[in-house]
Design a protein around this ligand. Structure first.
Ligand code: 13P
Ligand code: SF4
Length: 309
């Protein structure tokens, strides 16, 4: 491994000084992943945020993830290197729209994918991530009709896995829906025998051709144990950083879109090592939240954390 750069060393020194923990999503650039105390998926990051005793949580991911950290651990200072790092899924479900829908359909049980705002979480009955969605939906009382927000692709996949009918909110991840079966067929022809692992935010035609559909954390386990040396990975390209670091003996091929050999999430990639250094130095941008919203948003997250143990 390359030695750390001056700015990475500076980040580690500032981290000590601030008694901070650096939580990093699997989609971040390699330079950020390498200074993380924990690198993982939304579920692992939520547990880590809840359990840390550091004074400061620096969240290298997108806004809803940092918000989740604040919701589960409100006495900590939560920093996000780039406040504009949003998420198209979160944007696809504004809280006012969900509130109106709930009012018109008061009997629905709302399962919200963690990729949503605190205000949407506050309107939900339980939260799930891609890593536990099946497990969570299976525990929803059988006599309740489910509304699944905001990802229709994950929702459709979970409905198939559980056999449970659900109303699906019409949201999607702009990046994952760029993967197509046709583009993946082409890369499969170049690497015959290589299995495809895909994120459940991908469209059905892509999920159907995948050998495994799972969260980013479960991709690590799948890739470690699969006998093939070459594996095609249909998710955001940052994932390949972690796979290549942890499984150096294998070849990971980025899932292509129709127009590009890789697929970066524009929001995830707004964070840079410079912004990470600056936020530890300046102690901003900081996540703040209305306490009433926070408490309402905490209940369905707590339910998720309990149900998915
Ligand atoms: P994971 O929880 O599987 O890491 O997914 C998060 C995400 O934003 C997927 O696009
Ligand atoms: Fe949101 Fe998609 Fe980016 Fe994940 S990859 S943060 S779902 S826009």
């Amino acid at each position: 491994e390359e030695p750390l750069s001056a700015i990475q060393e500076e980040i580690l020194a500032l981290k000590k000084e601030r008694n901070a923990v650096i939580l990093v999503h699997n989609y971040q650039v390699d330079a950020i992943q390498r200074v993380g105390d924990y690198v993982g998926d939304s579920l692992g990051l939520a547990y880590n945020a809840a359990e840390t005793d550091a004074d400061v949580i620096v969240f290298c991911g997108v806004h809803f993830m940092a918000e989740t950290a604040k919701i589960v651990n409100p006495s900590k200072t939560v920093l996000l290197p780039e406040m504009d790092a949003g998420c198209s899924l979160s944007d696809s479900c504004p809280a006012e729209k969900l509130a109106a829908y709930r009012e018109a359909n008061p009997d629905l049980y709302v399962v919200a994918y963690i990729n949503c705002s605190a205000a949407v979480k506050a309107l939900s009955d339980v939260i799930c991530t891609s890593g536990n969605a099946v497990k969570i939906v299976e525990q929803v009382p059988a006599d309740r009709e489910i509304l699944f927000v905001p990802d229709q692709n994950l929702g459709q996949w979970v409905a198939r896995q559980t056999g449970r009918q659900m109303r699906l909110w019409p949201g999607s991840c702009y990046a994952h829906v760029l993967f197509t079966a046709r583009a993946l067929e082409k890369v499969k022809a170049q690497y015959p025998g290589a299995p495809v692992v895909a994120h459940p935010e991908c469209v059905e035609a892509v999920r159907d051709m995948a050998d495994e559909v799972c969260s980013t954390e479960k991709m690590i386990g799948f890739c470690k144990t699969h006998p093939s040396r070459e594996i095609i990975v249909a998710t955001e390209t940052g994932m390949l950083n972690r796979l290549r670091r942890e499984i150096p003996g294998k070849v990971f091929i980025a899932g292509p879109t129709e127009t590009c050999a890789c697929n970066d999430c524009r929001y995830m990639k707004m964070n840079t090592v410079e912004k990470l250094r600056n936020c530890l130095r300046d102690m901003k941008p900081e996540i703040t939240m209305d306490e009433a919203i926070r408490q309402k948003a905490y209940a369905p997250i707590k339910r998720m954390l309990d149900w998915s143990r």
